[in-house]
Structures are given as structure tokens and as C-alpha cells.
Write a new protein. Structure first.
Length: 255
């Protein structure tokens, strides 16, 4: 029987994001065909989450598409797990693509889906904030999310945002109105350095505590801090569970 600081692993039918701690936190909240909306500033971990989201699908035998779209010409950046992605791209399991956001996304997304087959997963990383998008560009992105949802394709969409404030989360929710889960990343400075934090802003049909969780970058990718990733199982224990405020575990009351 799991202890209070643990949750059982999500069932096989649940969508795994490939982020230790976050998968256990969400449990079976995300099912195949669900979409995830993600926002955060540069260097906060958006690309790490997107790539781990795709690699989790590859491990299940799916074909995946990572596409970075931008209203402007952006320099090509190295992706996390670059060697692994290159190997998978050469084998046809992964498609990596960069696109200017100067045309509707649905036609070429539909073309890729028809070629890829049934078991697929898509991550779309937008190299712009919601404020930087024109109404037409925002519509193209919303249409793409809706098309993938209609086809039952599990997808992740991410945009830039200065932080996890209510305004940024509201903009994200309006842009990706069909998202089953809304996540926001934030960078915070403290005496211990620059820290990544993740807020589970909302999950459709599931009650998940809306609080910040520490993100750790390890050799295996990003994960939720073991000291802050798992909510308590009951209300009384939740009051005792330390909220992450940027302090090391020993200052949070964790054993």
C-alpha cells in the first residue's frame, strides 16, 4: 500500500508525460487524445518537457512529431537528448521540424498525420508569447489544437510567458481552449540560485492541488522534486505538507 508521500503509478491507459513526479501527480487524469497547454519563460524547461513527452510516446511504439513554430525567423537551437532524437529521426520514429507561423498549420499537420498512421503524438512549441501573436496567428494555433483533438491525437502545445501569473494562465487557456491540462513554468531567484517551478493550473474533471512544484534538471531530464511533487492524500495531511518556496528540503520540513 503506497505511503502518504507516494502515489501509485498511472494505469497503462493513462497518457504519460515522461516527467517523473508529474505523471504520478496527474495519475489517470490524461487519457489518449488529451492535449496539454504549457507556458513559461526561456530556460524554464518547456523544451525539456516537450521532448520527454515525445520520448515517452516513442517508448510505447508511437511515431512522434516535434515542431517549433515562430512568427519570425529564429536561430536553430539544440534540443535535449539531441543524439537520441537524431537516431530516432533517422529510423523514422521521430520527425523534427521548424516552421514559420505564416500559414495555417492544419493542412500540413493533417498531411503528416495521414503519413504517420494511427499511433502518434505531437508537440508544438511556439517561439513567441501570446501577446506577440496576431489574431490570425493565434487562430491558426487554436485550429491546430482543435484538429488534433478531433482526430484523437495526444498533443502538447507550449508558448512563452514571463511567469505563471493569472493573466498569463488565462491567455493560455483562451488560446488552447480544448486543453485537458494547463501547466505553467516559472523561474524564481533565491539565495540558492535560479530555480524552475511548475504550477498545475488546472486539469479537466480532476481535482489537483494548484500549487508550485520544484523542477529538477538531472542527467535523465527534468523531474518534479521528490520533496514537493506529491500532494497529501487527505486534507489534514495536506496542511502539514510543505509548499515549495524555494528552500532546500531540509528547510521545508521534509524528512
Amino acid at each position: 500500500m503506497p505511503s502518504k508521500r507516494q502515489r501509485p503509478s498511472p494505469p497503462a491507459s493513462a497518457v504519460r508525460l515522461g516527467v517523473p513526479g508529474l505523471d504520478e501527480l496527474l495519475g489517470n487524469a490524461l487519457t489518449p487524445g488529451a492535449s496539454v497547454a504549457l507556458s513559461g519563460p526561456a530556460q524554464s524547461g518547456k523544451t525539456w518537457l516537450a521532448v520527454q513527452f515525445l520520448l515517452a510516446a516513442v517508448a510505447q511504439g508511437d511515431s512522434v512529431l516535434y515542431v517549433k513554430v515562430s512568427p519570425r525567423k529564429e536561430p536553430r537551437e539544440s534540443l535535449p537528448f539531441a543524439a537520441r532524437l537524431t537516431e530516432l529521426e533517422q529510423s523514422g520514429r521521430v520527425t523534427l521540424q521548424s516552421e514559420r507561423l505564416n500559414r495555417p498549420l492544419v493542412p500540413w499537420l493533417s498531411s503528416w498525420l495521414e503519413q504517420a498512421g494511427r499511433d502518434v503524438r505531437v508537440a508544438v512549441e511556439v517561439a513567441a508569447s501570446v501577446d506577440e501573436l496576431t489574431p490570425r496567428e493565434a487562430l491558426w494555433l487554436s485550429d491546430a489544437e482543435r484538429e488534433l483533438a478531433t482526430r484523437g491525437v495526444t498533443a502538447l502545445f507550449s508558448v512563452r510567458a514571463p511567469g505563471a501569473d493569472p493573466t498569463a494562465i488565462a491567455q493560455l487557456s483562451r488560446l488552447f481552449g480544448d486543453a485537458h491540462a494547463t501547466l505553467a513554468l516559472e523561474l524564481r531567484s533565491s539565495e540558492w540560485g535560479l530555480e524552475r517551478q511548475l504550477l498545475v493550473a488546472g486539469v479537466r474533471g480532476v481535482s489537483v492541488p494548484s500549487r508550485f512544484h520544484a523542477l529538477e534538471l538531472t542527467d535523465g531530464g527534468v523531474r518534479l522534486s521528490p520533496d514537493a511533487a506529491v500532494p497529501a492524500d487527505d486534507a489534514d495531511a495536506e496542511l502539514e505538507a510543505p509548499l515549495y518556496i524555494g528552500a532546500p528540503p531540509y528547510l521545508q520540513g521534509a524528512e
